[in-house]
Design a protein around this ligand. Structure first.
Ligand SMILES: Cc1cc2nc3c(=O)[nH]c(=O)nc-3n(C[C@H](O)[C@H](O)[C@H](O)COP(=O)(O)OP(=O)(O)OC[C@H]3O[C@@H](n4cnc5c(N)ncnc54)[C@H](O)[C@@H]3O)c2cc1C
Length: 400
């Protein structure tokens, strides 16, 4: 029988790969698939790929030159900085440290634009405004996806790259309440800060008279050159769970209320925010908690990026690992010339994924970060003690 007579994506003539989501993971996966000559389609639910800005700083890593080309990040960089300043509660003390290599600051749509231009060099299809509802499963093997329209599209493999709110992830009961932390993000102009590095302000329960039960959290300030800056507030939900006697897990309304008060009242931070103009603001979640352990929960169904919490926990950085995990999955399909899945091949993938360099790095980083958070939020715990013992904290940062 000539399978070509059936449309691509039918059960008789499936794609090699369907990718769900056109963020950093989905686009990097698509570019790799195109270069590896896999018949591939990407479904993106929005009218353009990844329209809502997420991470806008990164550290150079090999994956960027592999996917985008050598030194291409320079084209979109608006600011470089290796400096980090950590402020103690109520900004009474601070410590400055320097990374070995600088962080690159850029605008989200520029990174997505670069990824798209690379994707356009391949024959991968990108279908916008198309939401994936679920995956198709037959005999416990993934066979494709179900679109919101009710249409079924068939493929040998499916790469889940739909981020922190992953519909497919929810279908397979990934515990996003342990993976995702609430986060506010604001882009401002007219920023006249006196420090060009990244600045952090740590909050602990009991220190804010306008929100005494507010959980452990951090305000971040990332200048991006040209009087622009990204600022935000991330809640450490994992620490809040452990401190339920003294703090609450706030809802969006409460987080927004406290955020506004921090902007107008919090020592030093409020000064930095004075006369700034809001260009963008959003409330969302970031997968800065646990990493989900199974990269292929059903044979043929790969997880990648934030859909499984693949984020470097120390700096909540997920762009590089989203791209690395997607490339890793697609290269596996090509290296092993996968034309059908079995439990055995799925196990092999999981084993190789668990041995990957990037996962080992992420896990080591997560362990170290967890220890630091426990020391800071559970052992020292109060604003008073942290300020009293600041020399200890300072040395811990410097050791890093
Ligand atoms: C405020 C904030 C600041 C951050 N700062 C940094 C930083 O400085 N550095 C860093 O490295 N990382 C940072 N991150 C994390 C980083 O942005 C993410 O880890 C990264 O974007 C994950 O990429 P992804 O492709 O897995 O998911 P996403 O970027 O979320 O992309 C998912 C895509 O899937 C689409 N989609 C969703 N559901 C469906 C569906 N059902 N069907 C079809 N399409 C769908 C979405 O529209 C989107 O385009 C930050 C995140 C946030 C929220």
């Amino acid at each position: 029988m000539n399978f070509q007579q059936f449309p691509l994506g039918s059960s008789e003539n499936p794609y090699d790969l369907i990718i769900v989501g056109a963020g950093p993971a989905g686009l990097a996966g698509g570019i790799t698939a195109g270069r590896n000559k896999l018949k591939t389609i990407i479904f993106e639910k929005e009218d353009r790929p990844s329209p809502f800005p997420r991470g806008e700083t990164l550290h150079n890593a090999r994956i960027f030159s592999q996917i985008l080309g050598e030194n291409v990040l320079n084209l979109i960089s608006t600011h470089l900085t290796a400096g980090r300043k950590f402020n103690s509660p109520m900004s009474l003390n601070s410590v400055e440290v320097f990374r070995r290599s600088p962080s690159i600051v850029y605008e989200w749509n520029k990174l997505i634009g670069l990824l798209l231009s690379r994707l356009e060099e391949t024959s991968v299809e990108l279908k916008l405004g198309t939401e994936v509802e679920n995956f198709i499963q037959e005999n416990n093997i993934c066979k494709g996806v179900l679109l919101k329209t009710g249409e079924k599209i068939w493929a040998t493999s499916v790469l889940v790259a739909d981020g922190h709110k992953s519909k497919i992830g929810h279908r397979i009961n990934i515990p996003y309440n342990r993976i995702n932390f609430p986060i506010m993000k604001r882009i401002i102009s007219n920023f006249r800060g006196d420090y060009t590095g990244f600045e952090y302000f740590f909050l602990v329960p009991g220190m804010l008279e306008y929100a005494p039960r507010f959980p452990p959290s951090v305000i971040f300030v990332f200048p991006r050159g040209g009087e622009k800056c990204e600022v935000g507030l991330m809640i450490f939900s994992d620490m809040a769970q452990k401190l339920q006697k003294i703090c609450d897990i706030p809802n969006e309304e409460e987080i927004r209320r406290v955020w506004e008060l921090l902007i107008s009242k919090y020592p030093r931070f409020s000064k930095l925010m004075k006369n700034t103009i809001v260009e963008f603001e959003g409330y969302t979640y970031i997968g800065a908690g646990q990493i989900y352990s199974d990269p292929m929960p059903i044979p043929g169904l790969f997880l990648s990026g934030e859909s499984m919490g693949l984020i470097e926990k120390s700096g909540a950085s997920g762009i590089a690992t989203a791209m690395q995990s997607a490339k890793f999955a697609v290269d596996f399909i090509s290296n092993y010339k996968i034309s059908s899945w079995s439990n055995q091949i799925a196990r092999k993938y999981s084993q190789e994924f668990k041995k990957s360099k990037f996962l080992k790095h992420l896990k080591g980083n997560a362990r170290k970060t967890q220890l630091q958070k426990k020391f800071f939020f559970l052992y020292l715990r109060t604003a008073e003690r942290i300020n009293q013992k600041w020399n200890l904290v300072k040395n811990a940062y410097k050791l890093k």
